[in-house]
Design a protein around this ligand. Structure first.
Ligand SMILES: Nc1ncnc2c1ncn2[C@@H]1O[C@H](COP(=O)(O)OP(=O)(O)OP(=O)(O)O)[C@@H](O)[C@H]1O
Ligand SMILES: [Mg+2]
Length: 493
């Protein structure tokens, strides 16, 4: 591995970027974005549903795609958190139990209506009323129905749902009810415009991104119907024309929390793209950021490019005394669940530590060690919080591993799980789920959440859910608490 050194002026401005893509995009994300095969499949439109854990890069892909689409002249519609409010939906809509309401289908129809209206608004530009090829009809419809006093995005969706709800649950004669419902489900108001839209799309492209659906997620009936309905709508709209693409991002836990979605996803498995990272691609992600910072300071990055990602890393982070020059990378990435946000955070904290002590490049290994506790404590809390609706109180289950040895054999772990389920080892706020878990269930939950890694064969590596999607956990004899949690739980490696 070639050795490169970076001058002090690079240290002064070195910056790994911000932890979320929405903020990173304004600071150069496009320039240091790692283009994975997953990104290319999404970009080509062959995959439209992006799945990934928190901080894995769902928004990054959407942000970069949106920029590129805009630059190519496409209309881009981005639906983000302000546009949905699960609490508002639950308080506005009647419960499923109030009648034969079939919410899932109602939400799917309302989503289709909303997205088609937004798409037609985007293409119905001024001057279009004069154009041929479908534009005129669309222009008239938008002008007459969604003109000056246009509703906001969520209001548009809710108003359609309300129309469905009032017919479903209102005092209407049965025959008329069926007819009216049929009209609404078939989107009669806009259905006859779809051929016109198709023609317009021959010459224009519209891309819709729906991201951050998990913000404010409350696991309610409406929240689930909202997301499952969106999924269905997305599949149907994507069949209209190759120049109209609706992309949705979903967090794994959200997906697991919605049975209706799971069934749909079986049918549309080919549309799903799962984001995954490896140590090498994470190294590339950080090396690109280092080069970007160096370049900003006028440093000749060609030498850095030539030297490769590992040398780039070693120019910034020193290894422990006596170890390989890039050993700090293995140490830090081994304390992540392979999510870029984690590595960015850990690296940024180590850098701050070094700056605080007036160090020079490369960042001394001691700065990494000093930043570990803060990083680990924050990650432990955040991971538990990711499961707050599915497994409330998970943090208190993590706490039970405090000060235990890092490796537990199956018998010991099973006993601990039993004690947890029976309440012999006390936890907080877990009453809804923990007493119903048998040891295998709990081991699976802790492995999926990232706390535990498992050793599938007697002398094999310990593997976590961030490294392999499936593992025969029943066959694993030994488990290890993942290193990311060690500092925060006082576990001595
Ligand atoms: N392919 C990539 N190349 C470079 N940086 C990336 C890439 N993917 C993600 N990142 C960076 O990782 C961090 C987290 O990414 P992002 O905000 O996209 O995660 P997310 O999956 O949307 O998370 P959340 O579920 O919290 O919304 C950001 O700083 C982002 O710029
Ligand atoms: Mg995001």
């Amino acid at each position: 591995m070639a050795k490169v050194s970076l001058p002090q002026k690079v240290f002064d401005v070195l910056d790994f970027g911000t932890p979320s893509a929405e903020r990173d995009i304004g600071r150069g994300l496009e320039k240091y974005f790692v283009e994975s095969p997953a990104f290319h499949r999404v970009r080509s439109g062959s995959k439209t549903v992006l799945m990934g854990t928190r901080g894995s890069g769902k928004s990054a892909i959407f942000q970069v795609l949106a920029r590129r689409e805009r630059a190519a002249g496409s209309h881009v519609i981005e639906l983000s958190p302000e546009d949905y409010s699960y609490e508002l939906l639950s308080s506005t809509m009647a419960a499923e139990s109030a009648g034969a309401w079939a919410k899932h289908g109602a939400y799917a129809a309302a989503w289709k209506y909303l997205i088609y209206v937004l798409v037609m608004k985007a293409v119905a530009r001024k001057g279009m009323r004069l154009t041929k090829g479908g534009g005129r009809e669309i222009h008239h419809y938008i002008r007459d129905n969604h003109g000056a006093q246009a509703l906001g995005t969520l209001s548009l969706l809710v108003s359609y749902l309300k129309r469905l709800e009032s017919i479903k649950l209102g005092p209407i004669e049965a025959g008329i009810r069926t007819r009216e419902l049929d009209r609404l489900y078939k989107l009669e108001e806009i259905h006859n415009l779809l051929p016109a839209l198709r023609k317009v799309l021959d010459g224009q492209r519209v891309v819709v991104f729906v991201d951050e659906l998990d913000r404010g997620w409350d696991s309610s009936e409406d929240a689930k119907a909202f997301v499952a309905g969106l999924f269905q709508a997305c599949m149907s709209i994507n069949g209209l024309h190759r120049n109209l693409r609706v992309y949705v991002s979903l967090r794994q836990e959200l997906y697991d929390d919605i049975p209706a979605l799971y069934e749909d996803a079986q049918k549309h498995r080919d549309q799903l793209e799962k984001i995954s990272w490896t140590e090498e691609s994470l190294l590339e992600m950080i090396a690109r950021r280092i080069r970007f910072s160096a370049h900003e300071k006028g440093f000749d990055v060609e030498a850095l490019e030539r030297a490769g990602d590992r040398a780039c890393w070693s120019a910034v982070f020193a290894g422990p005394p006596g170890a390989a020059r890039d050993a700090a990378f293995g140490y830090m990435v081994g304390r992540t669940l392979y999510r870029p946000r984690e590595l960015i955070q850990f690296c940024s904290e180590a850098l701050e530590q070094a700056r605080g002590r007036g160090s020079r490049l490369p960042v001394p290994y001691a700065a990494i060690e000093r930043s570990e506790y803060g990083y680990s404590a924050e990650r432990t809390k955040d991971i538990a919080a990711e499961y707050r609706s599915q497994y409330p109180g998970l943090l208190s289950v993590f706490e039970v591993f405090r000060s235990l040895p890092p490796v537990l054999d199956r018998e010991r772990l099973e006993m601990l799980c039993l004690e947890l389920a029976c309440g012999d080892v006390p936890t907080h706020g877990t009453g809804e789920w923990l007493p119903f878990c048998d040891p295998d269930d709990l081991i699976e939950i802790l492995w999926r959440a990232g706390l535990l890694t498992a050793q599938p064969t007697a002398d094999g590596r310990f593997l976590g859910s961030h490294q392999v999607h499936h593992l025969n956990l029943a066959a694993a004899r030994r488990f290890r608490v993942h290193e990311m949690f060690h500092a925060s739980l006082g576990i001595a490696g």
